[in-house]
Design a binder for this molecule. Structure first.
Ligand SMILES: Nc1nc2c(ncn2[C@@H]2O[C@H](COP(=O)(O)OP(=O)(O)OP(=O)(O)O)[C@@H](O)[C@H]2O)c(=O)[nH]1
Ligand SMILES: [Mg+2]
Length: 943
């Protein structure tokens, strides 16, 4: 053995001169040799062998290279860079001041020879702080006490050796499974507590065994010189790079209902303190907030693409810094488990990413601790949590907190909140559900729980009669009956409408059923690593502001097909609208006919003084129609007056298509139509449909997307529509800095103000939306409507009043608002004719420079020579911004929109997305980022 070692290793040298020698430092190990000098009076430091099996970390091997005459495979140390070599030689203090350079493991046997071993340092000292969580005995020390590991590999061979990258290694017994340490210089610690974390043997072991399978990691960890010089693992060499906050201050994010008891049960977690400027990588301190980064799910440290693999190693527990392996995750990041950044997908092969994400989801350390989950106010046991998570329909993305569970129906929700899911019923978990579990105040109970207002509204909208009934029993399949009555009254989920309403109201639908958007509602949480997060956007605005047009445009832009049902409804709506427009034409025709008859009579009277002659004037004018069409016209006007126009469809298409055709082709109607600018009641879109009246009125008419877009009216259940979408990949590429998952999902909920009720009391059912998109029609400034008291009010003021009510509603406190100033195209026309000051709120609109109607709408020209419409838009935007600021002390985001333009709607919704993403990233940066990032926004111009 001694012979073998003498071949492998140079003779132990200990003179200072030799220690200064770089080569020596790189390759030699210190070994005790038999002392044969005079007796020594002081105590001799001892190098104690290491128990190989207890060395938890491994390094890359090379079979030869150093010693060709040795048949055993030996370690190829990582070459030390020059700078590091110098550093080493200048750091004798590391060997003497006892800083954190050794692993000191409690030993079972005091002699440490047989059962435990020690890597002795060359100078014979033992250094460093203790590692309390090293599970076994044995001690690991470094030759000069200043190394730690980044690259670890495992080799199954017959002989073992522990080596350090810079050659200052020591070896102990050559037995057992080979575990080699190979450290690159950039891991050298200046001496800090971080080293402890880094060297946690438990961590290293898993890294060691995983790394062998990662080719990318191999490169990263090979300690290439340039890498070593440029980058420094933040946990070790630069103690300042990532430091940890006092665990006391660690912020475990729980829902508000998750009271302090749960919080106190959550073990303290280390939170990385950003070492550099905002947005920079925690390791190399380079980059900015647009640099793509991956985040450690334990401490929150963010790493750029150059550093992430070094900082996180082979990720045996998913995206954790090496020092965070084995630790519990930050609970606020639980929802992102298994969902990595695009950057990681680019750095690692797909299969590897999948493996890492799968480990992240499934490894033990990342599992939800049962003691942090309460169901019906009772803490879950591990068995109960297991039952809950492994049932057919488990709660999605379960986090620590308090939940209520209705075992009969499967309704599941957060304590004090409406249900958020329907899970498998009849699970024996938690305590008994309390009547006030969801803090409802409706006096209506479902399975003994007082339901929330939102649930009540849902029941009412789908036609469940709640008057006089106080208690329903609802079973898992949705069938319900009144208490004390033994007859099932119906099934809640029977209709598509019910599901649509639930989706829009963010209420759950039964597991396994198809949601209105075609996806399986409430199914088991997706297992793929592209797990999605859903952001909810609430689109609301005063009547005719354009919300439904924006909603439909979004459907078209994001390729969300209109269902057959929707198309059918829209078709009937377009046809009945057409009859409505025709009705308006017929009404006006009558008026024109009368007027023209009177004119005709006057004309004749003027010409002939004799009244007899006047009496002979024919009663035909160009506005007159024949008796057949007259009869149809009278019938239609009667129906319109009675308000039953929709009721005659679809039969009307069969019966009266020919009449419509004849009417449209009639000269009187055409003459009336040519004067359409004189009718106030004919909407603009009417022209679009009237000109295709014949085609549309036919039975086999199929509306195109454009028809659907232009169609006026509410198509979905009572002014509530909802759709889910994600932005297209193409778009993501345009916005290069976007770090977020292109598959991130958004829900757009469009609500008509009518269903919000007086004082917007139903707004609270949208409490979980992430952003409110408030739509205002820019051309409302000179239009008037009658308010609920019959008083005429300017529509812009009415819109402003609604805006105020919504902004100040307690439900929307702290919500982000994006103002969509719609119908910009129409404003451009109108502003030339009607001054903005027609609305009293805009009395001081007084553009200084003469307007330029020809200004094109590129952003450049917008800034240098804005048109009158652009000025008006900016002025209105600032008005709303100031109003918003005065009401909330917050910032209002604004975007111009022309709902009929697909790009416009896309831009506005993308802007909403950006705002949400800034929020998520760094709330403090939102305001400045908004100024920079969106030319469409008026931030720059108004601030
Ligand atoms: N030219 C033009 N017309 C628009 C624009 N946005 C909406 N409209 C038209 O304005 C009218 C009202 O738009 P809607 O989308 O129905 O408005 P709404 O907010 O749904 O109003 P309610 O139907 O009362 O709910 C429709 O005729 C639309 O075609 C726009 O940007 N430009
Ligand atoms: Mg509408």
């Amino acid at each position: 053995m001694a012979k073998l070692l003498s071949k492998i290793l140079p003779a132990a040298r200990s003179t200072p001169k030799e220690e200064e020698n770089d080569d020596y430092n790189e390759y030699s190990c210190s070994f005790a040799v038999v002392y044969s000098g005079p007796p020594i009076t002081h105590e001799i430091p001892r190098a104690v062998p290491v128990d190989v099996s207890q060395i938890p970390i491994a390094a890359k091997l090379a079979s030869t290279s150093l010693l060709n005459d040795v048949s055993l495979p030996v370690i190829q140390p990582i070459r030390q860079s020059k700078s590091s070599g110098k550093k080493t030689s200048k750091e004798p203090k590391l060997g003497t001041n006892g800083v954190s350079n050794s692993l000191d493991v409690p030993r079972e046997s005091s002699d440490g020879i047989d059962k435990s071993s020690t890597f002795g340092c060359a100078d014979g000292n033992e250094y460093g702080p203790k590692l309390p969580n090293v599970p076994s005995s044995g001690r690991l020390e470094f030759a000069n006490g200043d190394n730690c590991g980044t690259k670890l590999s495992d080799r199954k061979g017959s002989s073992d050796k522990k080596g350090f990258c810079n050659g200052r290694d020591s070896s102990g017994e050559l037995s057992g499974r080979l575990q080699v340490l190979e450290f690159c210089d950039d891991c050298n610690d200046g001496g800090s507590g971080d080293f402890q974390n880094y060297m946690n043997p438990t961590n290293c072991e898993s890294i060691g065994s995983d790394l062998t399978s990662h080719s990318v990691s191999s490169d990263i960890f090979s300690g290439k010189e340039e890498d070593c010089v440029e980058s420094t693992p933040c946990h070790v060499k630069r103690p300042s790079t990532v430091t940890f906050r006092d665990p006391e201050s660690s912020s475990v994010v729980l829902e508000e209902s998750d009271v302090s008891e749960v919080e106190s049960n959550i073990p303290a977690r280390q939170t990385a303190v950003r070492p550099g400027k905002k947005g920079t990588c925690y390791r190399c301190l380079k980059g900015n907030r647009f640099t793509e980064k991956e985040i450690c799910i334990v401490c929150g440290a963010k790493y750029c693409c150059k550093c992430v693999l070094r900082a996180m190693g082979s990720m045996p527990e998913g995206r954790k810094c090496v020092s965070c392996i084995g630790q519990k995750i930050d609970e606020s990041k639980r929802k992102t488990l298994g969902k990595c950044s695009r950057m990681l997908k680019q750095l690692l092969p797909e299969l590897e990413v999948e493996q890492v994400m799968s480990s992240e989801r499934s490894c033990e350390a990342n599992q939800l601790p049962p003691e942090l989950v309460y169901v019906n106010r009772q803490r879950l046991s591990p068995q109960e949590l297991f039952l809950l998570l492994t049932c057919r329909y488990p709660p999605k993305k379960l986090k620590p907190g308090f939940y209520w569970y209705d075992k009969v129906s499967g309704f599941w929700g957060k304590e004090g909140k409406k249900p958020c899911q329907i899970i498998s019923p009849q699970l024996s978990i938690g305590g008994h559900m309390h009547q006030d579990a969801s803090k409802g105040n409706t006096n209506i109970l479902i399975n003994n729980r007082e339901i929330t207002k939102t649930e009540l509204l849902m029941l009412q909208m789908i036609g469940v009669k709640c008057e006089g009934t106080t208690h329903f029993w609802v079973s898992a399949d949705g069938s319900y009956q009144e208490e004390g009555m033994n007859n099932v009254k119906g099934k809640i989920w029977d209709t598509k409408k019910a599901k649509l309403i639930c989706t829009a109201l963010s209420l759950p639908t039964p597991p396994g059923s198809a949601s209105p958007s075609g996806e399986e509602g409430n199914s088991v949480a997706p297992k793929s690593f592209d797990q999605k997060i859903l952001y909810k956007l609430l689109l609301v605005g005063y009547g005719k502001s354009g919300t439904s047009t924006i909603f439909k445009q979004a459907k078209i832009v994001y390729n969300i097909p209109f269902s057959e049902d929707e198309r059918q409804n829209i078709k009937l709506m377009i046809q009945s609208n057409l009859y409505g427009y025709l009705g308006i034409l017929l009404e006006e025709r009558e008026r024109f006919e009368e007027e023209s008859l009177i004119m005709k009579k006057r004309h004749i009277i003027d010409q002939c003084s004799s009244s007899d002659t006047a009496g002979q004037v024919g009663d035909k004018t160009i506005y007159s129609i024949g008796p057949r069409l007259k009869a149809f016209s009278d019938w239609l006007l009667k129906i319109m007056v009675s308000g039953n126009l929709e009721a005659i469809f679809p039969a009307a298409t069969r019966e009266y298509a020919q009449y419509v055709e004849d009417l449209w082709n009639d000269a009187a109607i055409q003459a009336t139509y040519s004067r359409r600018n004189e009718f106030e009641s004919l909407p603009r879109s009417a022209t679009y449909f009237l000109e295709r009246a014949v085609e549309i009125s036919k039975k086999d008419y199929e509306p195109s997307d454009m028809d659907i877009l232009y169609a006026e009216g509410i198509t979905s259940s009572k002014g509530l529509s909802s759709m889910e979408f994600s932005f297209s990949k193409q778009d993501e590429d345009i916005y290069e800095h976007d770090e977020h998952d292109p598959l991130q999902r958004y829900q757009l909920i469009r609500v008509h103000p009518k269903i919000l009720g007086g004082n917007c009391k139903w707004l609270e059912m949208f409490e979980d939306v992430d952003m409110v998109l408030f739509c205002v029609s820019l051309i409302d400034y000179d239009e008037f409507v009658e308010d609920s008291n019959g008083v005429s009010i300017n529509k812009m003021i009415a819109s402003k009043n609604l805006f105020e009510s919504i902004v100040t509603h307690p439900t929307f406190e702290d919500k982000k608002f994006l103002l969509m100033l719609n119908k910009f195209d129409l404003l451009e026309e109108k502003i030339e004719q009607v001054p903005l000051t027609r609305c009293e709120w805009f009395h001081d609109f007084n553009p200084v420079i003469g307007h330029n109607p020809n200004a094109c709408s590129t952003s450049r020209s917008r800034n240098t020579n804005p048109s009158l419409a652009q000025r008006a838009f900016q002025y209105i935007a600032v008005k709303f911004k100031r109003l918003f600021r005065s009401l909330t002390d917050e910032k209002l985001f604004v975007s111009p929109v022309t709902a009929l333009e697909p790009d416009n709607v896309n831009d506005a919704l993308r802007y909403a997305k950006e705002i949400l993403n800034w929020e998520q990233e760094d709330p403090i940066e939102v305001s400045s980022a908004s100024l920079e990032a969106t030319s469409a926004s008026i931030e720059a111009s108004s601030s």
